[in-house]
Design a protein around this ligand. Sequence first.
Ligand code: ARG
Length: 463
Amino acid sequence: MADKTSNKMWGGRFAAGPDAIMEAINASISFDKRMAAQDIAGSRAHAAMLGAQGVIETSDAETIREGLLTVLSEIEGGTFEFSTALEDIHMNVEARLKEVIGEPAGRLHTGRSRNDQVATDFKLWVRDQFDAAEGALLALIDALLAQAEAGADWVMPGFTHLQTAQPVTWGHHMMAYVEMFGRDLSRMRDARARMNESPLGAAALAGTSFPIDRDMTAQALGFDRPSANSLDAVSDRDFALEFLGAASICAMHLSRFAEELVIWSSAQFRFVTLSDRFSTGSSIMPQKKNPDAAELIRAKIGRIFGANVALMMVMKGLPLAYSKDMQEDKEQVFDAADNLMLALAAMEGMVRDMNANRSQLAAAAGSGFSTATDLADWLVRVLGLPFRDAHHITGALVAMAEAQGCDLPDLTLEQMQSVHASINDGVFTVLGVDNSVNSRTSYGGTAPAQVRIQITRWKEHMK
Ligand code: ARG
């Protein structure tokens, strides 16, 4: 393969080959081989364009395009021998092309550079991740909608500070995540639309004197247009950062839901039963069923956000245009993308399979004085008290119930009247949790009727 004393691609200027350590720090082939298909697609588009523009013979262009397909099939078939001496995927492919088709291979790199080549390959790869994330988010949202629909009117405690706050519905809680993952979806779509400009033809940094047709290569690769500034095209990686940013926020959402599933599946809560398919056992404690998938999803934010910070640091302060620093962009993004897709798929599976424990949710919904706000609202609505006074009176009733070890509906009318004489037995109608959630009919509120409106809207939206 590579001539050790000098380099096939730039040997003209060099008398000696690289030190082994130089080769090790310089090479990216161990990871950028993941972009082989994108590299070959980009080169095939470039060759076709060079032929169409008369920059190279059309017969050479055809030979190159055919030869690249042979190389691709070798890579896909696992017979391709990757060489560290050839540094990266671009030079590995081109060197093998030379072996397969001979002299015309040397004409492929006319009017381009590895700088626009790598930007193009990486953009194509990241674009696929935006599309994969979109598919995975749609599937997760679909699973959440199914849960929400089944339990639109199941009551459960709503929390603030992880303390019982007010009763909500299971459907409402599921739909909260639909909103979050829906915004993640729209972030992925926004960023994908913004990044879809072709760097190919920016060449090393300044464009090229060859009469290339950048619209043609952009179109062939599914880009909306060629990028408008060659320096920018080869030197920014903001598209990858936008992916990592959107992925980080999405992973953060996943981690919150995962944490709730860990809590909810505990013996103390028993709000949900996770399926055996998404749980593990303990090697010593026979009773255990652990929510490992949820815990790992909860942890994935660490490496995904880490990748975001790492690439931000790599790019920070780099002068225009290309610097070799930018070779450090890929591993972070590859790892973040792999783990995001895994986390999304695992969450979808867990959500589809999990069973909400309806009676346990209902029992918990009524405990912890969850209808105290309803009681205060009743004092305002029926007795005409200012809300602040109502709040104070209700607080006293809660303290009384707490002292007696009972819940609010268990207090007698006489006990209530000892706190405020005008309270009448109408108050008991608002102390039930079903009543409480059914009354929360403000737009976006937890009333089952409102939840169903949102489920319908999302189902329309998903079509
Ligand atoms: N392996 C390089 C990378 O990933 C390709 C571009 C190299 N360009 C250069 N001028 N050395 O960034």
